[in-house]
Every structure is written in C-alpha cells, then in structure tokens.
Design a protein around this ligand. Structure first.
Ligand SMILES: [Zn+2]
Length: 353
C-alpha cells in the first residue's frame, strides 16, 4: 500500500498553541525542524514545526493537535493481532532452548534472576561482548529480579502484551495500559490485566508498583511531566521506571533532518535527548537517573529515513535499501555502544526515592 502524503492542513479549531517548553516551562526557544509531514504513516494532514527549548534542550511541536483531535493521527497506526513469541517464555520457542539457557545464565549473574534452567557457564558468551550484553539487557528492559512473586510491573503502552509476557516469565505480576482496544484485547486474551485508555485516566495504586516501563510512549503525551508525576506516585519507594524514546541528539536526526524516522509529526509531541529526559524525570520527583546501553536499532532508522528522504513509503520494503541500511546500521550501533547519548533512541532508568 502506497499512500500519498496528505496535503491538507490539520483543522485550525483542532490545533492548540504551546508557547513554552512543556518540560521546564521556559519560553526561550529556536526553530529546530520546519515543514515536517507525516511521511512515515501518511495518516495525518499538516506541516509541522518543532521548537527546541534553549533552557533544557527538549524539542516540542507548536502548534499541535489538541488532545481531543489527536486520535485522527493514529488512523493507520500499526497494531498486531498476535503477540510475538519469544525465547524467554517457556514453551514459546522450544527450538531456541539453548539461547534461553545461556541468556538465563547471564540474567542470573548480571540481574539476579534465579533460574534452574540456566546453562552454567552461559554468561561467558556475554562477558566479552558489549553488543550481546546490550541486546540481552534491552530484551528484558534491564529488569532486576522481583523481590517477591507479588511485585507488580506496569507497562504503559503495552500494545499486544509482548513485554508483559517477558515480565511474567521473569516472575512479575504484569499489567498494562493501552490506548488501542484491539491490541489491548490481544494482551487480555493472554490473561493480562490491561486498562484501555491513557495514563491520565488509568486507575493507579498509591505507592504500589515495583516497576514501570514506557517504550516509545513518552513522546506521544501532551503533558509528559504530569504523566511521570502520576507514575512516580504509583511506584513504591525504591520502585523503578524505565523509558525508551527516539533521541533528538542521534546521528540519524542530524543526518536526515526532517526525513528522520524518529520525528513522526504530529504523533510525537515532545521529544528528548538524554539530558532533557532526565530533566523531565527530575521535575517529576525521580532520582538516580541512568542512561542505559542502547537499543541497537540504527538499521531500522536508516532504512526508513532513507526511503522518506527520497519521498517513498518506508513500509514498501526494498531489498537493496535494507541491505545497505543493515551494513551502515551495524557501524552506527557499534559507535552507539560507546556513545549512547547519540544512539537513535535513548533508554533511561530512574527510581522513586
Ligand atoms: Zn525546556
């Protein structure tokens, strides 16, 4: 399916001005990207401007769709009918038993997860490879072992429950919040408690959660700091939050400009670099912010951004483009391991004091 870029404007009455930085409130700013279109999904009309806050470096769309109208921008968004099977869930992938056994050995040694099935010296496969450690850590979102079987993990924007299945396999009571009722129903069929809606209206416990994760969610929120404050309140003291979001200081953001896949206007309303994400967390009351080893995802950003820069639909695959992106992506990922502050996406953890 190849769809034209929508040339209409987003209706005036459905736009709101922002004026000052949604993270720190400062009004000093400069235009960062102009004339950004929804070249990824071609679902939303409009040409958008992103401003960069000169105080905290956050980038934000202004004007932007109102909360009441933003749903229109998601009309062609991807959702999945089946949760992805993975090697960590017992019974999912019997063919990947060995992969599971060596990972469990690494997770036992580096993350404290107890396991009878770990291959005794499996961790050695990771000890010499920052690449493998980064991949394995990202796969479990750097989750430490739960302190009891009653520990609750909340995944905000849980989609079809792919990560809920991983968290359950690691011994957590896993719950989700998800906007898309079709994706939420898939997770619910797997036995997960999923609230259909947003962070603002989800019922949350007071100081009851052990873990919260948000993968590519924070950039979609109108008021990210308010959402982080709510999640902070819902975490128990010592509880941990994990976030991943596209990085406005990435190599791809610089190379591809308005065609960078991470921009995704007008669905991405507030965008971060490592420092500004930590500022947002600090404003919400979190402490001990840490930038984690990156998701090694440069090939995806390069492939899609290259297509978008050429005016093509990034979801129309092209073998040559994919091969070139894989090659270059590997080199970018290797650099990102040394400089995670320039990876295509940033991963940050913090905790409630
Ligand atoms: Zn700011």
């Amino acid at each position: 399916m190849s769809l034209p870029i929508q040339e209409d404007a987003w209706p005036d009455q459905d736009l709101e001005p922002v004026g000052r930085c949604p993270v720190c409130g400062d009004g000093r700013r400069a235009v960062w990207r102009e004339q950004v279109t929804d070249a990824a999904f071609r679902a939303a009309p409009g040409r958008w401007t992103l401003w960069r806050c000169q105080a905290c470096e956050t980038a934000y769309l202004d004007p932007r769709p109102t909360a009441a109208s933003i749903g229109r921008a998601y009309s062609r968004y991807y959702t999945h009918a089946e949760p992805a099977k993975n090697f960590l869930v017992p019974g999912d992938r019997p063919d990947l038993r060995f992969k599971r056994a060596i990972h469990l050995s690494h997770y036992r040694r580096d993350y404290g997860h107890p396991s009878d099935e770990a291959f005794p010296l499996g961790w050695l496969a990771f000890a010499w490879s920052p690449w493998r450690r980064a991949r394995a850590g990202q796969f479990i979102r750097h989750l430490p072992a739960p302190s009891t079987r009653a520990d609750v993990l909340l995944d905000v924007g849980c989609g079809d429950g792919g990560f809920l299945r991983v968290a359950r396999a690691l011994g957590y009571q896993a719950r989700g919040i998800e906007f898309d009722p079709v994706a939420a129903a898939t997770a619910q069929r797997e036995g997960f408690e999923v609230f259909v809606g947003g962070v603002d209206d989800a019922p949350l416990p007071d100081a009851g959660l052990a873990q919260v994760s948000l993968s590519h969610v924070i950039e979609h929120l109108h008021d990210p700091v308010a959402a982080l404050r709510r999640l902070h309140q819902a975490l128990r003291p010592g509880g941990r939050i994990w976030l991943q979001t596209p990085n406005i200081d990435s190599r791809g953001a610089e190379r591809f400009g308005v065609a960078w896949r991470g921009l995704e206007a007008p669905r991405h309303l507030v965008m971060f670099n490592a420092a500004s994400l930590m500022t947002a967390l600090r404003h919400a009351g979190f402490v001990d912010m840490r930038l984690m080893p990156p998701q090694l995802d440069a090939a995806f950003y390069i492939e899609q951004s290259t297509a978008m820069a050429a005016g093509l639909d990034p979801y129309q695959g092209d073998r040559g483009r994919r091969r070139a992106a894989r090659r270059e992506g590997k080199a970018w990922d290797r650099d990102a391991l040394k400089h995670p502050e320039h990876a295509e996406s940033i991963t940050v953890v913090a905790r409630r004091p």
